[in-house]
Design a protein around this ligand. Structure first.
Ligand code: ZN
Length: 184
């Protein structure tokens, strides 16, 4: 990953000159060049996030399998505000509406966020505490050991996983009703 452009500019929403804008380029064997644009205004909190790559605009499903802790620590997850992330093995789904903020993070960083959400859930629903604790323990273990699958679906094709090792992620292109149209 390299930063290709970075500036502090006038915010498109509030006009204050506190809008930090950054462009990053990932050169990936899997997706080709991926350009990420990200901005944040410290005055009004406005966030901008976009991603450009060859397949953008097509509904995608990325299936990533972490074989071990290295895959977890060194693979990147890019989630646009329309991306849904779920894991059948770990047993969670993050819909765009509920925790919809765009993010660029390692898979490890993402799983720590999931643990954060689960901790908050424990406060809101004390009666489910034991079940949530078991879930959290399982996620901690999977961060160390790998051995799980993460699925990222995005109707606009703007969410993806950039795997550390080739062969650990694949992409399916989906039509409007969610059927695979072929894969890379
Ligand atoms: Zn602003």
């Amino acid at each position: 990953m390299s930063v290709v452009f970075s500036t502090e500019a006038a915010c498109p929403v509030c006009g204050a000159k506190t809008f930090r804008y950054i462009e990053m380029l990932y050169d990936t064997p899997f997706f080709g060049n991926v350009l990420i644009q990200s901005g944040y205004c410290q005055t009004c909190g406005y966030r901008f996030f976009d991603i450009d790559y060859a397949e953008v605009g097509r509904p995608t499903r990325v299936i990533f399998t972490a074989r071990d802790g290295v895959d977890v620590a060194k693979s990147f997850l890019i989630r646009s505000k329309t991306g849904t992330i779920y894991s059948p093995d770990l047993g969670f789904t993050l819909e765009p509406g509920s925790h919809g903020e765009p993010m660029i993070t390692t898979v490890e960083g993402f799983l720590y966020k999931v643990i954060d959400y689960a901790e908050r859930l424990k406060v809101l629903e004390p009666e489910g505490r034991e079940r949530v604790d078991q879930f959290i323990q399982r996620v901690y273990r999977k961060i160390e050991e790998g051995g799980f699958t993460l699925v990222v679906e995005d109707p606009l094709g703007k969410s993806l996983v950039i795997p550390y090792r080739e062969g650990t992620a694949r992409v399916e292109y989906l039509d409007a009703i969610g059927q695979p149209q072929g894969s890379t």
